[in-house]
Design a protein around this ligand. Structure first.
Ligand code: PRX
Length: 572
């Protein structure tokens, strides 16, 4: 498979040749773009939005929003003004630099305005995916000590205010008239009264920007904390990986509840001043192709599961829509199958460019660049300025074609700066001196292309969404029928993996399909739809270590009918 290549069409690119770029690249050349090089201070919202107004691009379209019901366009000037107003509202309620302010709502222009306002006062934004249910919301707000949240009337009921003493303010976007509660703040009414005049909080490069919660294999979700400095990486990768050019229309399909939806759905495109499409509402091949056609999207960033769903759709749909505006197509979040790359080439006349990175890395690190030959199935090569390697279990670099830990030399601009409240977890990533250890296994071929092999830990990747088995198991055992639960990722042709739960029942409960349904619904309602196990298998007992830990490795081996390996630590 290594040998097969799809040669690149060399279209306009911001990088020149990959090899040349690696030689001459210096981060300080990118840094000079930002205000701090002149004033010592910076603010992401200023760099992404306001500066375009000051530089004469105020009337350029920044945002094209649609969701099937609403369709709205905003210029950079409008986003600047509206976020100024929300910044004033936040200041009125004494929300200030360093405070954590969450956003829990479906995609909408208000979500964007809220996020920009939060950044303008120097607060740290915490975006939450709208599908999160009570427990998932509470865990995240509690851990981060959030002081405020922006939400909608529909989602309000999932915020357990009585259990969150630090949460002082709830801004509600939508009709508040039926909400008989004086402590709620009407977002629109307040914004409409606020002044357009606003001076952003000027920050240091190491001041906070955003917290994204993500899953590991043990414990509750981790609050991955990023700082303003990440903008260097967002801006740079926007140029050389997304290939953003002045007149481009760009669409990233990810929700801002995930890191792709902020780093590449908001920051990278606007730092580069391009017109950015945000689509709310549900996925359907028709909706998506219509969006590309209607806005003449040039650059499209999506994910393997979506491409696989599009590949599975009726072929005639492709003839119905004009997708010829597309110039560059990219993917992230899970392994991109070679067949999908080949199909993309046929269907769109485009190579789908895979990119690899993680919530923790804040931005893209290993990618296929516009001017590089693509090897279908490979994640590409490290960015100029990035050193990647494959390490053995002792942290020694391995030669080409040997599988090991995918690691990145520390010090790139958008690297997370902490795990909120959890220095021990943070340090685990840096256990080999000078390296960030990703938790992915991979190998590098002789030509320097990296090939993803799997996760080293038990983290599940379903439709590009990262799910920690522990969080699901914790929810499962809250169900009265469940004595013990172990959760694994089961390979699935469409979603990459699905969640499968092995469950032992408490005395008095009998296995049945109804019980499976009920347990599925319990996780769905308590945590979120994407965390609910699509498959459940009842077992009398689950394999455990002597210290009582469920051995997911053994569950996985059962599932895949593989040898169970070393069982020396098993209970009996
Ligand atoms: O296992 C890798 C997989 O997704 C993980 C990171 O997930 P998350 O933090 O949610 O970020 C997703 C968006 C950046 C990685 O550890 N992953 C990400 N990109 C790829 C990938 N697996 C294979 N190929 C990729 N291109």
């Amino acid at each position: 498979m290594n040998g097969e290549q799809l040669e690149s069409v060399v279209y306009a690119s911001n990088m020149g040749s990959y090899e040349q770029a690696c030689k001459r690249f210096q981060w300080k050349d990118v840094e000079s773009h930002f205000t701090w090089s002149r004033t010592g201070k910076v603010n992401m919202a200023h760099e992404a939005i306001d500066r375009h107004v000051y530089e004469g691009r105020g009337h350029k379209t920044a945002l094209l929003y649609c969701d099937g019901q609403r369709e709205e366009a905003y210029t950079f000037m409008q986003l600047c003004m509206e976020s100024n107003r929300f910044g004033n509202v936040l200041r009125k309620y004494n929300v200030a630099k360093g405070d954590r302010v969450f956003i829990f709502m479906p995609r909408s222009p208000e979500l964007i305005i809220a996020l920009l306002g939060i950044l303008k006062v120097g607060a740290v934004a915490g975006p939450l995916f709208e599908a999160f249910m009570e427990t998932a919301v509470k865990d995240r707000l509690e851990d981060s000590g959030a002081v405020a949240i922006v939400t909608t009337p529909e989602l309000l009921g999932r915020i357990r205010r009585d259990e969150l003493p630090e949460l002082k303010h709830i801004f509600v976007v939508g009709d508040c008239s039926s909400l008989d509660d004086g402590s709620l703040i009407d977002f629109k009414a307040e914004v409409n009264q606020a002044s357009y005049e606003f001076e952003p909080e000027w920050l240091d490069r190491e001041d906070g920007l955003i917290i994204h919660y993500t899953s590991g294999s043990t414990g509750k979700p981790k609050g991955v904390y990023h700082v303003q400095n990440a903008m260097i990486q967002h801006y740079y990768t926007g140029k050389v990986v997304l290939d953003l050019q002045e007149d481009d229309v760009y669409w990233c399909t990810a929700d801002p509840g995930w890191v792709t939806g902020t780093s590449y759905g908001i920051f990278a495109p606007w730092l580069n001043g391009v017109t950015n499409v945000i689509r709310g509402g549900r996925f359907s091949p028709e909706n998506w192709y219509r969006t590309i056609e209607r806005y003449q999207v040039n650059i499209w960033y999506s994910a393997p599961t979506a491409f696989r769903m599009l590949m599975g759709a009726n072929e005639e749909i492709l003839d119905k829509y004009d997708l010829s505006s597309l110039r560059h197509v990219l993917s992230v979040g899970e392994p991109l199958n070679p067949e999908v790359v080949r199909w993309g080439w046929k269907a769109y006349g485009q190579r789908i460019h895979d990119t690899w990175w993680m919530t923790e890395t804040g931005g893209q690190l290993i990618c296929n660049y516009p001017q590089m030959a693509i090897k279908p199935g490979s994640m590409g090569k490290p960015l100029p300025g990035i050193e990647a390697a494959i390490l053995d279990d002792e942290g020694r670099e391995l030669p080409p074609n040997r599988m090991g830990h995918l690691a990145i030399r520390t010090g790139w601009p958008s690297m997370m700066r902490k795990i909120w409240n959890n220095p021990v977890k943070y340090d685990e990533y840096f256990r080999f001196n000078g390296w960030y250890v990703s938790g992915d296994s991979a190998y590098m071929d002789e030509e320097g292309y990296f090939w993803f092999q799997g996760r080293i830990d038990d983290v599940i990747n379903s439709s590009g969404e990262r799910i920690g088995p522990f969080e699901v198991e914790s929810k499962l055992v809250e169900h009265p029928a469940v004595a013990e639960a172990g959760v694994i990722g089961k390979p699935d042709p469409l979603r990459g993996e699905i969640i499968k739960a092995f469950i032992s029942l408490r005395e008095g409960y009998q296995p049945s399909d109804e019980l499976k349904e009920e347990i599925y619904g319990f996780v769905r309602e308590g945590l979120s739809a994407h965390a609910a196990p699509r498959e459940i298998e009842f077992k009398d007992r689950l394999p455990k270590t002597r210290s009582g830990k469920i051995m997911r490795r053994v569950l996985k081996a059962w599932e895949l009918q593989l040898p169970t390996g070393d069982l020396s630590t098993i209970e009996d």
